[in-house]
Design a protein around this ligand. Structure first.
Ligand code: ZN
Length: 219
């Protein structure tokens, strides 16, 4: 049986690539072409990366070892270009790099910690924001059931950038819905996009429901 070998596969234009494990160079290059060059074999280079053979079993290559071997990354938190002669601080070496060839890479532990704090802050802000808008919608449309934060295109959604809310979408089920839930949407810096929409076939029923539920009295 032929052993799996490590190959450094690179796409030249955007300078992206990774270590790919395969039995033969041609296979690694084919995989790299599919992944980084829409299948165009001629756009990727492929050469042996013997130093990474030790990771063949899991296929997971530590970013620190890649930096030692000439690879570059962008720190997922501070954006610094991480290469072998980068210095986050005086005693820095590529051993400080956190992460793997695929996924978020940090130039050192401090950046990873800061990123985690920021992510936790965003998560709490999302939950609070959904609760706030869900309550307002429930006041306006009694009887609806707002949906929790979902994944992909389903459920409610809050988009945060740099600690600021950029977009809020609250999906909710409503009495009388036949096709699907309705949604409230708000976008920062985009006028005229905030409001409630429903599925096309539900329009009449939703308008009747909305008209029947009274606006709450303003104090
Ligand atoms: Zn960093």
């Amino acid at each position: 049986m032929v052993e799996m070998k490590a190959y450094a596969v690179l796409e030249g234009f955007e300078n992206t690539g990774s270590i790919i494990f395969a039995r033969h160079a041609v296979t690694a290059r084919r995989m790299g072409a599919d992944r980084y060059a829409d299948g165009d074999f001629s756009l990727v280079s492929c050469c042996r990366a013997k130093w990474a053979d030790q990771y063949a079993e899991t296929g997971i290559v530590p970013a620190s070892d890649m930096v030692w071997n000439g690879w570059n990354f962008e720190c997922h938190y501070c954006g610094a270009r991480i290469c072998a002669d980068y210095r986050a601080f005086k005693s820095w070496t590529p051993d400080y790099v956190i992460g793997y060839g695929e996924g978020a890479v940090f130039c050192h532990k401090g950046c990873q910690t800061a990123h985690e704090h920021e992510a936790a802050f965003d998560e709490r802000l999302k939950v609070r924001t959904v609760a706030h808008y869900a309550q307002r919608l429930a006041n306006r449309f009694p009887g609806i059931t707002p949906k929790p934060i979902g994944s992909g295109f389903h459920g409610s959604h809050v988009y945060i950038d740099g600690g600021r809310i950029k977009q809020v979408i609250i999906e909710f089920d409503w009495p009388g819905q036949k096709i699907g839930p309705a949604a409230f949407r708000w976008d920062r810096n985009v006028s005229g996009t905030h409001g409630v929409t429903c599925c096309f076939g539900d329009k009449e029923a939703f308008e009747a429901f909305a008209a029947a539920s009274k606006e709450p009295a303003h104090a």
